[in-house]
Design a protein around this ligand. Sequence first.
Ligand code: CA
Ligand code: CA
Length: 587
Amino acid sequence: MKRFALAVAAAIATAAVAQAQVTEEMLLNDTATTGDVLTNGMGRHLQRHSPLDILNRDNVENLVPAWAFSLGGEKQRGQETQPIVHDGVMYITGSYSRLYAIDVKTGREIWQYDARLPEGILPCCDVVNRGAAIFGDNIYFGTLDARIVALNKDTGDVVWNKRIADYKAGYSYTAAPLIVNGLVITGNSGGEFGIVGAVEARDAETGDLVWRRPVIEGHMGELNGEESTMTGTLNATWPGDMWKTGGGATWLGGSYDADTDTLVFGTGNPAPWNSHLRNAGQPLDDNSGDNLYAASRLGIDPATGEIKWHFQTTPREGWDYDGVNEVVAYTDREGNARFATADRNGFFYVLNREDGAFVNAYPFVKDISWAEGIDENGRPIFVEENRPGDPAEAADGNRGEVVFASPSFLGGKNWMPMAHSPDTGLFYVPSNEWGMDIWNEPITYKQGAAYLGSGFTIKPNYEDHIGSLKAIDPDTGEIVWEFQNPAPLWGGVMTTAGGLVFTGTPEGEFMAFDDMTGEVLWSFQTGSGIVGQPITWEQDGEQYVTVISGWGGAVPLWGGEVASAVNYLNQGGLLWTFRLPQQLAAN
Ligand code: CA
Ligand code: CA
């Protein structure tokens, strides 16, 4: 009898699933459909902009908590997820490779999946996860042991579970996967362990690999089970065998520009950090020491995995200025199709969306020391004295000259996504004003061990603030307004057609700003630091806003003097959902 009841329940569940499948069309139109949030970036352009204006400058003071959800247990640490909302269910990922399905109306848990992580995982920068992807009947997310898992979105049952790479060699996975045309597309993490960055596409139904594209020159690609093409030209920009452990982790995932049918992925630092080992003897005035395609943005053909274009933000990289930061597709005021990206190296770049060609660049933080600026080809004008010295030239051969470089290796901006408003035309960039003492040391590659060849201490550049939310005009580089925050900003930003900009602080405040003036219009103390990514959607005629609170990420682990200045901040793990009650919306 019981078995019969279960069979009936399963049949009903199956019927419900069939109605609520997520299609390619739904992903394509995600921004316009305000009843759900189906994509990382709230739309494939990654603008993190909602056309909703039920909530606006005039009534945001009436925004109140609707429910909160605890991630529970002893596993706290940094919570960096962007929630997905679909068909009455919210999906969030949590620290230590957990995924939760939550009733979006009540905040009650529907199911939870905990990845069983092996001993010996090597996440460099906290046990974070930045979100899931949804398609068909499945929800997908990556795990700290470098696997990609497909779960049935209604039951949490495992549909498939595939290895991306070997965690024992330093690989891990923390980014939100990307879905395009029935493929699940992933990068990899582990750039501090001499791994090799790659982008992979799998059949969303089966998890079978369709293509693989390593992003460091000399490595061979794969398509449909066979070798495809070599990435770049062997030894064109890398000396000797250094390319074999050349880094370039694609750790922040990627995006898809439907207008040009192009995947866009960023690549991390070349390995090791000690740049003298990667371009020893390569003259400064040519490109032979550039270490392609590390510290770059890549345009990739989604059908084949072939590289269509590249733009390297930091050639001859020597400060850990990973080139992974998100690339936002937008249309400028003159109607040109553009990309914008705010790099770790402190410069905000505008690129042509057709071919990734350089259009313009502006500094978005103060005190940049490693480059005087960006030339007309998009190449940095290096300040060579600000490159940490070669230990081979030191008297004892153990430590090269120490330099104070700004921004710090955690970047003028790190992973935390900026937002664009098509209404103001501005970008809202969560930035940090900090520098570092950095020096180089000898290093040899050893599998599964840190491969840096550098030492460092991060320091604040100003006494009263590190964090700086900036509204930037992409046409001129003008900083239209700025909000300064004592602790470094590490959470995502969102804009709305209601004239609002949302973000959170490590001090726990979730804040709404006027998108034109930067005036703080609303703030709520969430109880722990915000390093997550806000979303908004509409339900029963009311507008909702959600953000996760839970302090952690790279700053407490790697932040040097800054880490000790913020070690009073409490950990947590609470998902907050806010609502503007209908009777208060008319104000
Ligand atoms: Ca939507
Ligand atoms: Ca790095």
